[in-house]
Design a protein around this ligand. Sequence first.
Ligand SMILES: [Zn+2]
Length: 276
Amino acid sequence: MWPKGIRCGVCLSFDFDAESLSLGYIERLRYEGSPKRYPKTLTPISRGQYGAKVGIPRILRFLEAHNIKATFFTPGFTADLYPDLIKRIASEGHELANHGYFHENPTDFMEDRRRERDVLRRGNDTLERYCGVRPVGYRSPGWDLNTYTPELLLEEGFIYDSSLMDQEHPYILEASNGKRLVEIPIDWLLDDYVHFQFSPPNIPGLSPPSKVLEIWQGEFDGYYEEGGCFVLTMHPQVIGRTHRMKMLERLVQYIKEKQGVWFATCREVAEYWLSK
Ligand SMILES: [Zn+2]
């Protein structure tokens, strides 16, 4: 499945949500003309800000030290709040990919393709304005797609999606007109948020990193043995804590000791898959 000499792909991906989960939701209601209103309060907003202020600089230092290029799925709203960070991420060779504008779950649009298309375009226009490259990848902020979303992504010039959970390696979704979209599957097991982020009442989070290292390392071993594409989904406000970054360091060291591992951006994996 992989280029000569490669037996396993590894994609480190970061969903740079920042304040889009808190302030972004409030701003979205206003933008959409909704009568609902929520007060702006500081602590939930600051929780997202930690990702930008502390998480991203720490992650960029880590990636540079390991000479790894990563993919940052970033809502346009985050980019408008932190244009300098977006430019820095791009200038250091990482990929910026679409994650909506206000972190919209596409299934909220209830079959309204026009609104879903607007969100995709607004997200891409914003990222392109700051980094000079139009994104070609999408990860749904709701980790869910409408049945027509893959076709919409193709119409908007995307080459891959990373939101589905049915495989451990990339594959091709073929539209009725023969156009091909690469799917790069993810899984909740390989997401830092559910393990770590304290989000009552549904997500207790706060796992010790030793537990998560055991799960992620065990999963990587399986992907390596079977030639899969190991995709980690991380959030700067979550993984960015020191003790969790040390866990990531141990995991990356472990992976680097294996022969034939390709650390790649999602875009590189998608382009390779399309070229086969
Ligand atoms: Zn997100």
